[in-house]
Ligand binder design. Structure first.
Ligand SMILES: [Zn+2]
Length: 503
């Protein structure tokens, strides 16, 4: 037994930090393959602290709250990969084995705090997180609280709820409340350890796949207001509307409401259903309004002044694409756009060619369009090499403080457009990447970028307009009614308009 102080709490609470985070796009497998273990960045022990302390991330929030409580962080193992195809069975097994081994070595602990995404799929399970939580629970036993943070795009399962004491999802898209949820999860721990808090959670599945939706305004903001009202009721610990991640084909995919109430399972069910009914009633308001790339460029050119943001939502690396679809840049060049920038295209081969040629050189490139195994679709361009960098910087608006490494990069001038080309795939989170290359976005007419919503954190305050381009051929098109569904619930909105909920 560990020494305890009068209130039943250990004198110093030891809290293990662990996690595996991946958003798996099962539709990406055909184009870019399965996800192997090498696609994950892996942090061990103090490397977790070094990367996340002082950042506005889930683990950053956990660490800050542990400091507030005078508790000890016990960092074990954390793996995170950019969104991509289904994770191989071998990759998952390797990550899970290392997580469990390091956690076992860290025992005894008083609690476990985990950062998970919630939309992980392996070759053998559609519920990576439920499986992992079951194994962590088996290892630490039923008396050690497990708190978990999840992404808003988690496809939450009853298995996850069964094996965790509390699951907290971010409420916002862009996810600017990651730090808040990480801290909130840890602040629950003293009451969980003493048994003062007895959370009962319910996950209410809705028969709907939600297109990626911002919470800045519109129907998702209204739903969040309902959740916040529910959270103000006595005994309610959390009420979150999880949008789910629609780009996965499986039985566990879809929007859910999760409600957690202290010692009242019936109330958790009732409140989750109350919010679920509100979401369902408003479902048509979630239909997207994206334009084709040509239409988006034409609309942007109508806007006087700038910067006008065009976000290429159908090629959003934040949803598992490779960031090298060329349709939007082609549309801008065809329209004769000048005084504008594009950030970014992921194409390591073109970056290498620019580095070999050097600053001041003019190069002929087959730019982008190389990642899809089924068909190449690069754009032939003549580019002036304006600048070259190491692709390293820190985010300032989305996950402030977090280090980014895009590999070697090049600023290429193509026609009247400054195009940033990078070696490692990621979505465009904020304007820092342009600053790194000496491009001031506030002086640009059009700023084109690859992201669905997270860019809003850094661009909404400076944009004169935001226009969404949605090329329907892209893997992360908002037009999700066209997604093939081979497994899973038979009737889900908006694929099947006969879907019913609570009627
Ligand atoms: Zn998300």
């Amino acid at each position: 037994m560990r020494a305890t102080v009068g209130n039943g709490l250990p004198s110093v609470l030891r809290v293990a930090i662990a996690g595996i985070s991946h958003e798996s796009n099962t539709y990406a497998v055909e184009a870019s393959g399965l996800t192997e273990v090498g696609s994950f960045d892996r942090y061990r022990g103090d490397e977790i602290i070094a990367r996340y302390r002082g950042t506005a991330t889930y683990i950053g929030g956990m660490l800050d709250a542990l400091d507030e409580l005078g508790a000890a962080a016990v960092p074990t193992f954390f793996a995170i990969g950019e969104p991509s195809g289904t994770v191989t069975t071998a990759a998952y097994a390797q990550l899970r084995d290392e997580l469990l081994a390091t956690l076992r070595a860290a025992l005894p602990v008083d609690a476990v705090a985990m950062e998970l995404h919630g939309a992980g799929v392996t070759e053998t399970t559609g519920d990576l997180e439920g499986q992992l939580l079951a194994e962590v629970r088996h290892l630490v036993g039923s008396s050690v609280p497990i708190v978990v943070t999840l992404d808003l795009h988690a496809n939450v399962t009853t298995r996850m709820v069964e094996h965790a004491d509390v699951l907290l999802g971010v409420h916002l898209n862009p996810h600017t409340d990651m730090h808040d949820r990480g801290a909130e999860a840890v602040r629950l721990l003293p009451s969980l350890v003493t048994g003062a808090l007895k959370p009962a959670s319910h996950v209410e599945p809705l028969p709907m796949l939600l297109p990626l939706t911002t919470t800045d305004a519109g129907p998702a903001a209204d739903v969040n207001a309902r959740c916040a009202a529910v959270e103000r009721r006595p005994g309610v610990i959390d009420c979150t509307f999880f949008h789910g991640f629609p780009y996965a084909d499986g039985p566990d995919v879809g929007a859910r409401v999760v409600c957690t109430v202290d010692a009242d399972a019936a109330a958790a069910v009732e409140l989750a259903r109350e919010v679920g009914a509100y979401v369902w009633q408003r479902r048509e308001a979630f239909r997207p309004t994206g334009l084709s790339p040509d239409e988006a460029v034409a609309a942007a050119l109508e806007v006087p002044g700038g910067p006008v943001i065009i976000n290429d939502t159908a090629d959003n690396p934040g949803g598992g694409t490779r960031g090298d679809d060329m349709q939007l840049l082609a549309a801008m060049l065809a329209a004769g756009v000048t005084g504008s920038c594009f950030g970014f295209i992921c194409d390591a081969e073109s970056v290498d060619a620019a580095h070999v040629a050097g600053v001041g050189a003019t190069v002929a490139l087959e730019l982008g369009g190389k990642s899809d195994r089924r068909a190449r679709s690069p754009l032939a361009v003549t580019a002036y090499v304006k600048g070259l960098t190491d692709g390293r910087y820190r985010l300032s608006f989305y996950a402030p403080g977090l280090e980014v490494n895009l590999g070697r990069t090049a600023r290429l001038q193509v026609g009247g457009i400054d195009v940033i080309v990078v070696s490692r795939v990621q979505q465009t989170f904020d304007p820092e990447v342009f600053l790194l290359h000496g491009v001031d976005v506030t002086r640009c007419h059009i700023v084109a970028l690859k992201s669905s919503h997270h860019f809003r954190a850094g661009f909404r305050s400076l944009a004169t307009a935001i226009i969404t381009a949605d090329s329907e051929s892209g893997l992360t098109t908002q037009r999700i009614e066209g997604l093939r569904r081979s497994i899973g619930p038979t009737a889900v909105w908006p694929i099947d308009l006969t879907a019913r909920y609570g009627e």
